[in-house]
Design a protein around this ligand. Structure first.
Ligand SMILES: Nc1ncnc2c1ncn2[C@@H]1O[C@H](COP(=O)(O)OP(=O)(O)O)[C@@H](O)[C@H]1O
Ligand SMILES: [Mg+2]
Length: 286
């Protein structure tokens, strides 16, 4: 379980987060959110019909048999309110529901039940951000910029700065399929932050950067937060979460275990992954 924690980043190398400022108005409100995935065709003993619920049987009446359906409850009753000017780390072991929570908060996954309200369309920067491998870095910057709502002139003006931030060098004119994963992740970050988003969600997208790029991107995130944006940050590096965030949510098996000051929640989570406590230790931090 400790593989979830990465101690490689020396906290001393990361800029300290700014002192806490008064919070702005709410930017993201998540109210009793449940997300259950329905996985079709999973086989784990028993026949298809035996393991289908009555509802599933009714829904699939008259349709070709899709095989058994497994329900995966990935997020189970999570509620929180995020404010402008906050950067919030999301902690939790693998498979605890962090990515699902962010995707739902970004409006990419419909809630199974519960609600999500946002003050602006969140920008989700994930490991799978839609860059096109057959296009050059330059074309991806153009397409990404247009997708973010910049006009053609603004995009053209931004290409050199984005390429420079991502440290692409001559690779700018080569297809992205030739990029190293670090290069691709730097480009993804640079494109997503061309325009200062009101709500930025980062799902492990900085993991592959080297120390100097991490420093640079940390600074950029700080800038976004200062411009009264909200930043959500999922990372395997507890040190980065501590350096970058003011608050942390800890989810385990889809449930919110703790929500509070980043250092307190990170300490409790750390004790948990080290096997010193169980997840109930987070409960008092809510
Ligand atoms: N597309 C999907 N279909 C079915 N189950 C999924 C899907 N994505 C994630 N899950 C499951 O949902 C749970 C939460 O996953 P995820 O949100 O990716 O967690 P984390 O990001 O914390 O590792 C896991 O049990 C995972 O296997
Ligand atoms: Mg994930």
């Amino acid at each position: 379980m400790t593989e979830d924690t990465d101690y490689e980043v020396d906290p001393e190398n990361l800029p300290r987060r700014a002192p806490r400022k008064p919070l702005g108005p709410p930017s993201v409100v998540v109210d009793d959110l449940h997300i259950t995935y329905r996985v079709f065709g999973a086989r784990r003993g028993g026949t298809a019909q035996e393991r289908k619920s009555l509802w599933d049987k009714a829904v699939s009446l008259g349709r070709p048999d899709t095989g058994p359906i497994t329900h995966v409850p990935a997020v189970r009753g999570v509620s929180f309110v995020a404010h402008h000017g906050e950067s919030i780390g999301i902690l939790g072991t693998n498979g605890s529901g962090k990515s699902t929570l962010l995707r739902a908060a970004a409006g990419l996954l419909p809630p199974t039940s519960g609600r999500v309200y946002t003050s602006a369309e969140p920008e989700l920067l994930g490991v799978n951000a839609a860059l096109m491998p057959r296009l050059t870095g330059e074309r991806n910057i153009v397409v990404g910029g247009l997708a973010l709502g910049l006009n053609a002139k603004e995009v053209r003006e931004n290409v050199p700065a984005v390429a420079d931030f991502a440290e692409l060098g001559d690779f700018l004119y080569l297809p992205m399929s030739s990029y190293s994963s670090g290069m691709a992740s730097r480009l993804r970050f640079a494109i997503s932050t061309i325009r200062t988003p009101e709500i930025l969600m980062i799902d492990e997208a900085l993991a592959t950067g080297d120390a100097s790029f991490r420093k640079k991107s940390t600074r950029r995130i700080e800038e976004i937060r200062e411009q009264a944006g909200t930043v959500f940050f999922v990372s395997h590096s507890l040190a980065s979460v501590r350096a970058m965030c003011t608050r942390a949510l800890w989810i385990e098996k889809g449930k919110l275990v703790a929500d509070g000051d980043v250092d307190e929640v990170a300490d409790a989570y750390h004790a948990f992954v080290e096997g010193r406590t169980d997840a109930s230790s987070g409960a008092k931090l809510r």
